[in-house]
Design a protein around this ligand. Structure first.
Ligand code: FDP
Length: 338
């Protein structure tokens, strides 16, 4: 074992809170509860490949209950870990059409939790990394049950955000506004240990991540930008960027956060009067934007900062261009001049 300190996520959150004497400890409790949900989901995701032989999905389990699909399982795990802690007044999930109230039997807290329980779940049968994304806001209403108004927010109002990537190991990356920090789950002791302190995304990367099959649906600016990334200019030494696209947002984002690069999911302009986006503002774009900004990167629609968009609907969709600062800024130049 090397000489560096071993810091669990719990201790890290508590120490961050100590730097803020006004903190009540509620956010610490909330984030702690979330790590429990993350461990439960991680265990289940790791067993996914055994589903057919052990009869884990689509059949009845030993209690006679039908076993749920993993995304539903993850959704339930988060709701059941979070609803009774007294930290939340309302939740919203990518899996639920409406807001999720806190049951009358439980105390209400001052925070709002929004989450995508298992993003990229269409990849799960191929053993590709998937992830959970979460976002925390302070409530706007003052008492009782939280409302839709508490959920329809601007990214800049987030107090914490994070994701868990279930990959070759399980990692949690979170920010509470003081840098983005990464923790790796040690399955032997069941603890997330600090492995990536104060992550800084390189200001420029060598990788772009986009579904190029959609090229014919892109706006002119995006098409030109992607074409230019592939150019070779011997005079300036510019080499083509490499394409890396897993098709699982958390996994693509996580790789680019650590190595540098740009992830793009632009709008579909097949009908130029009605551009259509795919990714969700509240459950995907805003939390990842908070994390990337805390790591020195940038997130944009092409002409607007993701963090500045006020949600009008719970499941609102947005274009998402996210990653290394210089790469995102360069894209914005192309997008504006399209
Ligand atoms: P999925 O459809 O597998 O759930 O938001 C959902 C998402 O995955 C992201 O994780 C991923 O980045 C994106 O969709 C992939 O979309 P395309 O298949 O259209 O490339």
């Amino acid at each position: 074992m090397s000489g560096s300190k071993i810091i669990t996520v719990q201790r890290h959150i508590i120490e961050q809170e100590r730097d803020h004497p006004e903190a009540t400890g509620e956010l610490t409790g909330l984030l702690w509860d979330l790590t429990i949900a993350a461990k439960i989901i991680s265990r289940e995701v790791n067993r996914a490949g055994l589903a057919d032989i052990l009869g884990l999905t689509g059949q009845e389990n030993i209690h006679g209950e039908e076993v749920k699909k993993l995304d539903e399982y993850a959704n339930d795990a988060i709701i059941k870990s979070m609803d009774h802690g007294g930290h939340l007044c309302v939740m919203a999930s990518e899996e639920n059409e409406d807001i999720i109230p806190i049951s009358d039997q439980y105390p209400k807290g001052k925070y709002v939790l929004m989450f995508d329980p298992l993003d990229g779940s269409s990849n799960i049968d191929a053993n590709v990394s998937v992830g959970t994304i979460f976002s925390v806001y302070r409530r706007k209403t003052t008492a009782g049950n939280g409302t839709l108004e508490d959920c329809l927010r601007k990214g800049v109002e987030q107090v914490a955000a994070g994701y868990i990537v279930y990959g070759s190991s399980t990692m949690l990356v979170y920010t509470a506004g003081h840098g983005s920090h990464g923790f790796t789950l040690d399955p032997g002791i069941g603890e997330f240990l600090l492995s990536h302190k104060n992550i800084q995304i390189p200001s420029r990367g060598k990788v772009y991540s986009i579904n190029e099959g959609n090229a014919n649906t892109w706006d002119e600016g995006t098409r030109k930008y992607i074409n230019d990334l592939k150019k070779v200019t011997p005079e300036t030494g510019q080499k083509p960027y490499s394409l890396r696209y897993i098709g699982s947002l958390v996994a693509d984002f996580h790789r680019n956060l650590l190595y540098g690069g740009i992830f793009l999911y632009p709008a579909d302009y097949i009908d130029p009067k009605k551009p259509k986006s795919k990714l969700r503002l509240l459950y995907e774009a805003a939390p990842l934007a908070f994390i990337v900004e805390q790591a020195g990167g940038k997130a944009s629609t092409g002409d607007t900062a993701i963090m500045e968009i006020k949600a009008e609907q719970l499941h609102q969709k947005t274009p998402l261009i996210i990653g290394s600062k210089e790469d995102v800024e360069k894209y914005e130049g192309y997008f504006k001049n399209k």
